[in-house]
Design a protein around this ligand. Structure first.
Ligand code: ATR
Length: 291
């Protein structure tokens, strides 16, 4: 019998996960299907019951249900529990278990694509939302020594830093208003991550200009080994990455996180090594066609 995989979210119109996972399934020739489940707000509990009844093998969870799904699962693994959000659900003996592969996928892509190892490093993370939170936990779990969290809304950066400190009391954690990043000692920072929506196609350009002015003007001061990473994947080369490229710095684009979080989910569901390059090509193709 065909095993069913999918993605739960709302709205799902822009999801790249369907072509990405279907390309892996076709490539491997396995008896699986991956489909979109657009779940109307207020009907999540019913939908999860239904999916369980249909013997679904597993599914991704996206906006706006990553946190809301937790109470409906039978168990949640430790990493996802700490983050408080689940992006992957796997049916294990008929029971639904939640995982979060956003941060772990992000780190894996960073390692594969730019050779970056977080242990002992100093990292500047811009953003304090859901994506930043997953990335922050993964970085600290992998031994990042010092993490500066810069955010437009300072209270959110403080809250995230305090929460992280309760799990990682030895890590150096520093919340910072984003308009103060130009005061940082850039030479000591090995990795700068934009984990905000700034730079996304169609987003407000005021944010892009601000971030570029703050970081772009100082890129000549950076150590040449510094990696500039963006979680925004549309466009693939964001204005921030373009500036970094021109300054001769290493860049890591947002398709990395998208593809590797999917690859990690695929591995959890199927136990098969995911064909990462095939998945990346499918994402790039879909981005070209749809956006
Ligand atoms: P996600 O789940 O994708 O992380 P989110 O939780 O809504 O989405 O977080 C969005 C992040 O982008 C936040 O850090 C947000 O900053 P605030 O906490 O101040 O809202 C940041 N962000 C969005 N638009 C921004 C802009 N124009 N300038 C600076 N930061 C912005």
């Amino acid at each position: 019998m065909t095993s069913i995989l999918g993605i739960v979210g709302h709205p799902l119109g822009h999801s790249l996960s369907v072509p990405m996972h279907m390309s892996a399934i076709f490539h491997l020739g396995i008896d699986y299907v991956y489909m979109g489940f657009d779940i109307m707000p207020g009907t999540l509990a019913h939908a999860v019951d239904h999916l369980k009844g249909e013997h679904i093998k597993g599914f991704n969870v996206t906006i706006p249900y990553k946190e809301a799904i937790v109470p409906y699962l039978d168990s949640v693994d430790e990493h996802a529990r700490r983050i408080g959000a689940v992006n992957t659900v796997n049916s294990e003996g008929g029971r639904l278990r939640g995982y979060n592969t956003d941060g772990t996928g992000y780190l894996r892509s960073l390692k594969e694509q730019s050779g970056f190892a977080p242990s002992g490093k100093q990292v500047l993370l811009i953003g304090a939302g859901g994506a930043a939170r997953s990335v922050a936990f993964s970085l600290l779990e992998a031994g990042t020594e010092r993490l500066i969290i810069a955010n437009r809304t300072m209270e959110k950066a403080v809250k995230l830093a305090e929460n992280l400190a309760s799990y990682f009391p030895k890590a150096g954690l520093r919340p910072l208003p984003v308009d103060r990043i130009s005061t940082l000692p850039y030479r000591d920072i090995s990795l700068i991550i934009n984990a905000t929506s700034v730079g996304m196609k169609g987003a407000q350009h005021a944010g892009i200009d601000g971030l570029l002015a703050l970081l772009g003007g100082s890129m000549a001061l950076f150590n040449k080994d510094t990696v500039i990473s963006d979680i925004v994947y549309n466009p693939v080369v964001t204005p921030l990455l373009k500036t970094a490229q021109l300054a001769g710095l290493k860049i890591h684009d947002g398709t990395g996180m998208l593809v590797y979080q999917g690859a990690e989910s695929f591995r959890i569901w199927t136990g098969i090594e995911p064909p990462v390059d095939v998945m990346r090509q499918a994402v790039l193709r879909a981005l070209k066609e749809k956006h």
